[in-house]
Design a protein around this ligand. Sequence first.
Ligand code: FE2
Length: 165
Amino acid sequence: METVANSVQLPPLENPNERAAVGAELQAALQDLVDLSLIGKQLHWSVVGAAAHGVHLFLDELVEEWRELADVVAERAVTLGFIPDGQSATVASGSRVDPVQVRSLLDHVVVWELGRRVAAVAERIRARLVPVGAADLVTQEVLTRVVGTLEKQQWLLRVQLGEKA
Ligand SMILES: [Fe+2]
């Protein structure tokens, strides 16, 4: 990720030596969130079955949330002096989210497959919250908000599978 050079107005961090590492965490989260938004649209188009209409509409709500979170994450990166990269080539090479099959998928399969991916992204970001906080508490707060939203989505997906809260 490119660093904005020669700026004297960058926010001070709890640990300035970790500035690049914080930028890398934000870039990784950005890639996963953009990829989730693309996968969400793919599933929005490919869902079939008795509950397809509801899942189709719900997917657009999730896509909107992922796009908003991606924006907040990217803007935190640029606030810290990094230029985030949310372009397709970068997301394709750097995302850690598994692609979905390009075919019609039954509603409950869509909910299961999506829930698994949302959980994986949430777990990866959660696992980095403590070291991120040691370097920059504000970025930790941004990523905590991401995890909170993803975990709420996990719950909303889980209940659609008939699992108890
Ligand atoms: Fe649509």
